[in-house]
Every structure is written in C-alpha cells, then in structure tokens.
Design a protein around this ligand. Structure first.
Ligand SMILES: [Zn+2]
Length: 292
C-alpha cells in the first residue's frame, strides 16, 4: 500500500538532485561507518535477486518485509499488528519472487517493516516514520531523536535506494532498455469501507506503460481495475516512482494488488503469471508505439 491515510497535501518536488542530496552524509555511504540499528546477525535492509537478470524489467518491492530491528523492540505494537497490513505489503515478496523468476528480472526486496521507515516516502514526509497508521498508535516512533531518525535512514532507507540506484545506473551505462515496476498490495477494507478493486495501476507524470497495462488488465472483465486507485502516485507520498522512474525518464508503473488475492502461494503464482504476460505485452505495445 501507499499510505494509511491520504489527505490533501501540497505537492513538493522530488527530484534527482533531492535523491542525490539525501545520499550525502548517510552513515552507510562512507567507509568506517558504524551501524547503530541493525545487529550483525540481522538481515540487511535490501535483498536483491537476479541482479544481472536479462529482462527489461526491474522489480521493486518497497514494503516486502515486516522485520523490526531488535533494537526497536516491538515499536509498541502487538504481534497481530506487526503481522497486519499496517506493517507491510502482504504477499508482494511472493509475487515479486515468482515474477522475477518468470521474467528473469532483477528484484529488490526491502526487508524491514514500513513502520521502521517507509521506503516509499520522501524523507521529509510527515509519515516517513509514522506515529499512527489506520487504527494503531506506534508509540515506538514517538519523539525520536535526530540520531535515531538518522540510523533508520542510514541503515534501512538509504541502502535500499542505493541498491536500486546502482542497478538502474549500471543498466543505463550499458544502454539497456529498462522498465521499473513497483509492486505493492492493499487491504481489502480500509477503515471499514470495502474497496471495489482487485488490482490498481499507479502512475503520475508518465502514463506510457500504465495506459498499456490498464488496457490489457481491463480485457479480463472479471477484474475490477483501479486507475490510480486505491492510491495514486504523487511527489508528497511516493519516492520510488518519482525518483527512480520519472526523474530517470524510464518507463515505469506501480501495481497494487488486493492482499487477500495474494496471501497464499496459489494466489501469488496466479498473479505473477498474469502480470508476467501482461507486462511483456504492455512493453511490446510501448516499443511499437515508440518506433511508429
Ligand atoms: Zn506498499
């Protein structure tokens, strides 16, 4: 999902220079930096599968995991809350892995809960480190010191985005055609209101791939397809697509899948198969349109 709650917020510009700026001074970016958040036996923020994959697609799951660093305890939440959709995008890691396998595409998985720090939020967003989400108060995120914030940025947010940036930079240098796919999932019912969609396609300034994918998804009349629903991409509430897709001017799309459809392996397999086919077709349609 993209957020717990979307209000009207003024648009702010997220640019490549903003991303570059946020990389400077990161504790992870220099040698001799000392981790203060993640212990040595804890997983890294980023897992990359098939970094050298031959596909034109690069897959990113910003909210794949729900780990919380031991140093942060439970963030003040129950086990049930930490297993729920407020903590992560249920099912996306499974869909991402299968899709990566089918497409031979690089896959980036962010392993820590979005409640540690949201890797799809600009660092200056009020809910970058959320103190509330839907029904829950996240007391472990109250009144954080600048050092505590810096640790989450430097050990979770930055390594994830540095990894994505490196893969995209390398492909750009090799002049490889690249399409960025951000995979998310959303809760079927939000604050008591059922959502009508099974899948949503998200985009903002560049609708090239989104338009093609929407058309293809809508051929299946059984599917309720959201056009920038249940979430839309914007600069205030998104990071991955504005920074790694739009600023780089590569085709991209965000895909939101309803969580109950991909909660188990069978559903993940179905959706990975569907998306593998449709993404290939959408990319072909795009290439044909560009060469016409
Ligand atoms: Zn998400």
């Amino acid at each position: 999902m993209h957020g717990g709650e979307r209000g009207t917020r003024s648009l702010r510009t997220v640019s490549a220079s903003g991303a570059a700026r946020s990389a400077i001074g990161s504790p992870s970016s220099g040698s001799g930096s000392k981790a203060v958040l993640l212990a040595q036996d804890e997983p890294p923020a980023l897992t990359v599968e098939r970094p050298e994959g031959a596909s034109i697609f690069v897959l990113a799951c910003d909210h794949a995991g729900r780990q919380v660093p031991r140093a942060l305890g439970t963030l003040g939440l129950s086990d049930t809350e930490l297993a729920s959709h407020i903590a992560w995008d249920i099912g996306t890691a499974g869909v991402g892995r299968r899709l990566s396998e089918r497409l031979d595409a690089p896959l980036l998985l962010q392993n820590y809960s979005r409640l540690v720090i949201d890797c799809n939020r600009p660092l200056d967003a009020p809910d970058s480190i959320a103190t509330a989400s839907e029904w829950a108060q996240i007391s472990g995120n109250d009144n954080l010191s600048p050092a505590a914030i810096e640790a989450r940025v430097g050990e979770v947010f930055q390594p994830y985005h540095d990894g994505l940036r490196q893969i995209l930079d390398a492909r750009q240098q090799e002049r490889r055609r690249t399409i960025l796919i951000a995979i998310h999932s959303f809760t079927p019912s939000f604050r008591g209101t059922a959502r009508p969609w099974e899948v949503g396609v998200m985009y903002h300034r560049d609708a090239r791939l989104a338009t093609a994918l929407l058309r293809l998804l809508r051929r299946d009349e059984r599917l309720a397809v959201g056009d920038n629903e249940p979430y839309a991409v914007d600069d205030a509430s998104d990071f991955t697509i504005p920074v790694h897709g739009e600023a780089r001017r590569i085709p991209h799309v965000g895909i939101e899948i309803r969580q109950d459809l991909i909660a188990d392996e069978a559903g993940q397999k179905t959706w990975a198969g569907r998306l593998a086919n449709l993404l290939r077709q959408a990319a072909e349609a795009l290439a044909a349109a560009e060469s016409a």
